[in-house]
Design a protein around this ligand. Structure first.
Ligand SMILES: C/C(=C\CNc1ncnc2c1ncn2[C@@H]1O[C@H](COP(=O)(O)O)[C@@H](O)[C@H]1O)CO
Length: 271
């Protein structure tokens, strides 16, 4: 399409948003023309301004898909736990208790403990949510996810885990699980979120880590005494879910807080 010198009015005035352009400032093409003409290659796809828009759209899609979910609990744990492992069974029970308590069960949507919790929630008639992530070794959403969203960016996905959950239940897991656990602990420690229970299941797996925090980390002053009470450890999945429900932002009634009330303890100006 040829570029044409624009003559939009007898005085050759051009309006672009709030700007008025005359004479030498009048552009030779319109924005629409450039949009429709343009084939500038695809390198702009890999620029930060375009990434910002993709990040924005992930937030928009995530918020849109989860806004009406209702109260939920996020469950984390190893992607590598095989189906015949006792921890998988534990995950199924966690999902089941979450559903029976009237909460949706949010996981990373992958295999292992994530799949187990989704399975338990689905089989008990609950809402089973999987927030998948694009990975080089992607496995896709597990078959027990009923509401699935795939994310490109870890940090967007992590916002969803926190924003739409009343608390976390964390089963044995590796780097991914530890990352999710410590992000939540940090957010509570720094008062970015309040009344956000974090319950670890499996004292045989977690106790040593908590002991290390209480000895080495506390001993060297890198954490405070109060930080040790930000997580609880249990072995029973029913107890884990009950602790999250009891400490949840909206108290014990999952219906409370569905009418747009403030849930994160931030002021309106900050939100
Ligand atoms: C490693 C394998 C599959 C990876 N697929 C994943 N899908 C979704 N979410 C994942 C995946 N891997 C890690 N995560 C997230 O981290 C946590 C588990 O990580 P860990 O290192 O295994 O503890 C989990 O909660 C997810 O949110 C197939 O073997």
């Amino acid at each position: 399409m040829a570029s044409v010198k624009r003559g939009h009015s007898p005085e050759n005035v051009y309006h672009r948003g709030p700007a008025t352009l005359r004479r030498s400032q009048v552009p030779s093409t319109t924005t629409d023309q450039r949009l429709l003409e343009g084939n500038d290659g695809a390198s702009w796809l890999h620029t930060d301004p375009w990434r910002v828009l993709r990040i924005q759209s992930e937030f928009v899609e995530g918020f849109g898909a989860l806004a009406e979910l209702g109260p939920a609990i996020s469950v984390f744990g190893s992607a590598r736990t095989p189906r015949d492992h006792p921890t998988y069974d534990l995950g199924v029970h966690v999902g089941r208790h979450i559903a029976e308590a009237g909460y949706a069960c949010i996981t990373g949507g992958g295999p292992g403990v994530m799949e187990a919790a989704n399975k338990g929630a689905l089989e008990s008639g609950g809402v089973s949510v999987g927030l998948g992530i694009e990975l080089p070794f992607e496995t896709g959403l597990n078959e027990f996810v009923d509401l699935g969203i795939n994310f490109r960016y870890f940090f967007v996905r992590k916002t969803m885990f926190i924003k739409y959950a009343e608390g976390f239940v964390v089963l044995p897991g590796g780097m991914g699980t530890l990352d999710e656990l410590f992000e939540a602990i940090t957010l509570v420690q720094t008062q970015k979120i309040s009344s956000f229970p974090i319950v670890l299941i499996g004292s045989d797996y977690w106790q040593e880590l908590i002991d290390w925090l209480g000895s080495t980390a506390l001993g060297r002053g890198t954490i405070g005494e109060a930080d040790l009470s930000l997580v609880q450890i249990v072995d029973d999945p029913a107890e884990a879910v009950a602790l999250v429900v009891a400490g949840a932002r909206h108290g014990q009634d999952p219906a409370v807080g569905q009418d747009g009330e403030e849930v994160h303890g931030t002021s309106e100006a900050e939100s």
